[in-house]
Design a protein around this ligand. Structure first.
Ligand SMILES: Nc1ccn([C@@H]2O[C@H](COP(=O)(O)OP(=O)(O)OP(=O)(O)O)[C@@H](O)[C@H]2O)c(=O)n1
Ligand SMILES: C[C@](O)(CO)[C@H](O)COP(=O)(O)O
Length: 229
């Protein structure tokens, strides 16, 4: 089932403390974003990749894409100050039809087997997200004082890809812009339309590389996958 994918890659990677955009860091000899793009490059159902980038990194990124034979990138689009703005910039370039996925460049371990059920759920229901049940106890706090413990059985740790019918995602982004609303994921914009969002259970390997510790986990995930081959 065909889809297009927007991949936001225009962040600064501040929390990674690497002094550069974390998606350029290498894991097992490949830049993080190439691990991510390879999944979609190899998926026949993916009809186009729309990459939001920092314009200052354009030449470097183009060279890396060519070296790695990533041919499905339809557009390199300037990112914005926030993740949401980067994605909106890219959304204006996708074909205005069908299913659009949004997937963080910083999530290189997306399991290709999870893409089809996610796309099918979005086709049927309009919107679907990957998520995993929360494992830790979550508490709300006022400063460093616990205010309340959040009941865990209905809590999910939300990931990407997130998948939407094009019209739903575009309407959500336009409304968020009109209302000056800033969300931390795309589904939170779509929820504001009153749209139902289906959760498709993902897996715990699909981490977002965010802080230095995540690089250890990345090495372990790749080692586990190589042992399986
Ligand atoms: N203005 C932004 C911010 C983030 N992203 C992208 O959105 C994804 C998730 O964002 P995050 O993990 O927060 O990345 P950074 O913003 O780079 O990290 P930090 O907040 O630590 O700077 C990443 O692939 C990042 O490159 C983006 O395209 N444009
Ligand atoms: C979209 C996301 O990956 C879902 O968990 C997450 O909200 C991105 O947050 P970030 O702070 O922009 O990395």
């Amino acid at each position: 089932m065909a889809y297009q994918v927007i991949i936001p890659a225009a962040g600064q990677g501040k929390r990674m403390e690497a002094g550069k955009n974390k998606i350029l860091l290498e894991v097992n000899g490949l830049p993080v974003f190439i691990h991510t793009l390879n999944v979609f490059q190899k998926d026949e159902s993916c009809k186009g990749i729309f990459l939001a980038i920092n314009p200052e990194e354009e030449n470097a990124l183009k060279a890396i894409l060519a070296e790695n034979h990533i041919t499905k990138v339809v557009a390199l689009v300037p990112g914005g100050k926030e993740r949401q703005y980067s994605i909106f910039n890219a959304l204006k370039h996708v074909k205005q039809e069908g299913i659009v996925l949004v997937h963080d460049a910083a999530r290189p371990f997306i399991d290709k087997e999870l893409i089809l059920p996610l796309v099918e759920a979005a086709k049927e229901k309009g919107a679907a997200i990957l998520a995993v049940p929360v494992k830790d106890t979550i508490k709300k706090a006022a400063g460093n004082i616990v205010a309340k413990t959040v009941e865990r059985t209905s809590l999910w740790a939300v990931q990407t890809p997130q998948a939407f019918r094009f019209s739903i995602l575009m309407n959500a982004y336009k409304k968020a812009e009109q209302d000056d609303f800033l969300g931390t994921d795309d589904a939170s914009l779509v929820e504001r339309l009153g749209q139902e969002i289906v959760i498709v259970k993902g897996n715990y390997d699909n981490i977002k590389l965010t802080t230095p510790e995540d690089l250890y986990f990345a090495e372990a995930i790749l080692r586990k996958r190589q042992e399986r081959l």
